[in-house]
Design a protein. Sequence first.
Length: 225
Amino acid sequence: MLDDDMLTVLDRREGVAGELALRHRGGAGTYEIIANGCFLMDTSDGRSERLLVDAAREALGAREAPGVLLGGLGVGFSLARAAEADWGRIAVVEREAAVVAWHRDGPLAAYSAGALDDPRVVLVLDDLLAHLRGGGEPYDALCLDIDNGPDWTVTENNGSLYSPSGLDACRNRLTPGGVLAVWSAQPSAAFEDTLRSAGFERVRTLEIPVARGVPDVVHLAHRAA
């Protein structure tokens, strides 16, 4: 019988910002993405990732077939949830080809549930902030999950996304009244203040309790209508 703490590294690749590894955890049957030795996410509980998408859609109200950008493919919970809803356009921005491969031909395919083949889905292999600053058709919602949170980034340069200039880029790619949703492993009052200073309205934080420690959260904010 396998021990729940028994870890097997299934794949290890050099990525855009360092080493990425996909691990399997023993009898728990879960998969983990590790970036530069730092735990990023796993498949044990997708409630907060689903909340990221659900909360953004609810906050938009009665918009017909809105467009959403998912920042980070991750283990696929957010994409699978988006594909179940009435989004008209779903862009997934992921900078690491390894993560995409684990969904196309690896064990994470079960968690994205074939959503990459949904005709509404466009996969963009790019840095998220570069994509946001690159211009193009605006989105009704941005659902971002590329770090452990604004205060706990996977790589140092990711911090610029949560800076005033990064949030300006987010706001400029939203339609009037559009929603920014940011996943975090812990609440951040400082980030809420930064969102307000960057011109976002109706800033609030939704919590999802976890088994141990502080709750996962989703930070929500609107561009002015």
